[in-house]
Design a protein around this ligand. Structure first.
Ligand code: SAM
Length: 294
């Protein structure tokens, strides 16, 4: 087996050979520690029947680990300067396909149908570009793709918010948006020293495994997320006050909100950050008939 791309010396040689300069605006922080890459790959529990989607292969450091473990890897990269490099570094692997695209504009479902029809499960594994971590994860979940899960490196601060439990300072609408679709857990904290160049923030690897059904059954998903958003509009306000400011005006608005809170068994003096997903579900169902969405 050829020497890993991700050793500091080999990475520096590759960058020098191609005269590559990092673009900060594209979140280019490359991993140079094969152990971390091995761990990320293991956390994803990839098998030779897995189709793996990578976002941002860079010079292929993680891609080669994924290629060794998976049936097939499809990698989306936005920076065209990286393609000649990837063709060279990944030449030993015949199960990698590169797609030149912004992941946020890509039709991922079409790519899965076209290129990963013969696999048993699909995982997304990536060291994400930090300027767009949240939009990427939300797109992967909201597009309802047939994924088993997502294992990604991202800013530790965002990982903390995604995996947060009710009643903690990090718990908010992002925790709920992601835990609605997945079980979320931080599996590794990663120091800055394993990247070239080093990012300004601490990093973590998070594992999101898709639930078979959303965490809570709600009558209207869009309205549920709207209520969650309103409930966190001002974190210091009570749930009653946030709903009063956020919901549209009408006759006996306050009483209708109090009735809904009571039927969902939620004390109006509580703050949004203390409500579980199940409580938000019960609350949005109770509010739906009095505040129907336009
Ligand atoms: N996987 C490599 C590694 O771990 O060393 C590189 C990771 S680097 C943090 C992020 C990569 O994502 C870069 O290669 C960057 O060019 C790419 N990228 C940035 N924005 C992107 C986007 N919107 N769509 C696809 N790739 C993107």
């Amino acid at each position: 087996m050829q020497k890993d791309i991700a050793t500091p010396n080999r990475t520096k040689d590759i960058l020098k050979k191609y005269g590559f300069s990092f673009k900060k605006s594209l979140g280019q922080n490359f991993l140079v520690d094969p152990n971390i890459l091995r761990n990320i790959t293991e956390f994803a529990e990839i098998t030779k029947n897995t189709g793996t989607i990578e976002i941002g292969p860079g010079i292929g450091a993680l891609t080669e680990h994924l290629a060794r473990a998976s049936k097939k890897v499809v990698a989306f990269e936005i920076d065209d300067r990286l393609f000649p490099i990837l063709e060279d570094t990944l030449s030993p692997y015949d199960n990698v396909e590169l797609i030149h695209s912004d992941i946020l504009r890509a039709n991922i479902q079409a790519v899965i149908t076209e290129k990963l029809s013969d696999v048993e499960d699909v995982m997304v594994v990536a060291n994400l570009p930090y300027y767009v971590t949240t939009p990427i994860i939300l797109k992967l979940l909201e597009d309802q793709l047939p994924l088993r899960g997502i294992v990604v490196m991202l800013q530790k601060e965002v990982a903390d918010r995604i995996a947060a439990k009710p009643g903690t300072k990090d718990y908010g609408s992002l925790s709920i948006a992601i835990q609605y679709y997945t079980t979320a857990e931080t599996v590794m904290i990663v120091p800055k020293t394993v990247f070239i160049p080093q990012p300004n923030v601490e990093s973590a690897v998070i594992r999101l495994l898709k639930r078979e059904r959303p965490a809570v059954d709600v009558q209207n998903e869009k309205f549920f997320f709207e209520i969650v958003k309103l409930s966190f509009a001002q974190r210091r306000k009570t749930i009653l006050n946030n709903l009063q400011s956020g919901l549209k005006d009408g006759k006996e608005k306050k009483q209708l909100i109090l009735d809904a809170l009571s039927s969902a068994d939620i004390d109006p003096k509580r703050r949004g950050e203390t409500l579980s997903l199940q409580e938000f579900g019960a609350l949005s169902d109770a509010l739906l008939s009095s505040f129907p969405p336009a």
